[in-house]
Ligand binder design. Structure first.
Ligand code: OAD
Length: 241
């Protein structure tokens, strides 16, 4: 039996499915990953561009980088793999995506049950008050809130806590899952990676979709070695309606 057929059988017997996605999920849409090949963290230091200390030290540099990423995102569309996960909300009793991605592509593909652990690139928030701006508009080199304080990208940075409710919801979905698909993540950033570990501990069948083994591959029941688009479209065909 091929690996695709095996996973399709797991999915056919499943009521509750959770997908934990990482940067590799969006790679084929044109969003760069962080750690492999031409990954973002090969060329930039995360503590300079993605930490509260880096922002305090040089907010204009941090904003310049985020403005570039936001402009890039405005030109990007979700791919068929994102759309397969969105369609599966109608296929399974419970289908949810827990994502480390800040690109919003799962939402744009039509997924409604998306838990964004690391925030959103299209959100900007005040460092001092509750004010938020949603959208990819260019807000200038050093955006300020009406209260006078500086505004920052609405993403979670290194050293910051994840949104508690979102993480707890993701963990609960993982605990209850029959199948956990771990797609396009190196699995090295916690607590996000623990969502997959919790699913495994709760008895879910664990499937890794990634051209390369990630750090969680050792606990996977099946590894589908290929890109997200190819593997998810093959699974969608094999699972049937
Ligand atoms: P990484 O860049 O660490 O890992 C990307 C993974 O995607 C690798 O395992 C690749 O092998 C895999 N990959 C590449 N192309 C793929 C494709 N077409 N289909 C499927 N998989 C593919 O990205 P993440 O695991 O998401 O955090 O990184 C986790 C966090 O680290 C990010 O959310 C970000 C980063 O620093 C914050 O910004 C807080």
């Amino acid at each position: 039996m091929s690996d695709i057929v095996q996973v399709a059988e797991m999915l056919r017997g499943a009521g509750r499915v959770v997908a934990l996605t990482g940067a590799g999920m969006s790679a084929e849409a044109g969003v760069p990953t962080f750690r492999d090949g031409g990954g973002v963290w090969k060329n930039f230091r995360p503590e300079e561009l993605a930490s509260p200390e880096g922002f305090a030290r040089d907010p204009l540099r941090v904003w310049a980088w985020y403005r570039e990423r936001r402009a890039g995102l405005a030109r990007i569309e979700p791919h068929e793999g994102h759309r397969v996960l969105a369609r599966w909300e109608a296929r399974f009793e419970s289908m949810a995506v827990v994502t480390q991605n800040v690109d919003g592509l799962h939402h744009r593909a039509g997924s409604q049950r998306v838990f964004e652990l690391h925030g959103r690139l299209d959100e900007t928030r005040c460092v001092a008050c509750e004010c938020r701006i949603v959208g990819l508009d260019d807000l200038g080199p050093d955006p300020r809130c009406a209260c006078g304080a500086r505004m920052r990208p609405g993403v979670v940075w290194f050293g910051e806590l994840l949104p508690v409710d979102t993480l707890e919801a993701g963990m609960e979905l993982a605990r209850q899952a029959d199948v956990c698909l771990v797609i396009g993540t190196s699995g090295v950033v916690y607590p996000a990676a623990s969502v997959a570990e919790v699913a495994k501990q709760g008895g879910a069948a664990f499937v890794e979709i990634n051209p390369q083994p990630g750090a969680l591959a050792s606990i996977a029941d099946v590894c589908l070695r290929g890109g997200a688009v190819e593997m998810l479209t093959k699974l969608d065909d094999a699972v049937g309606r």
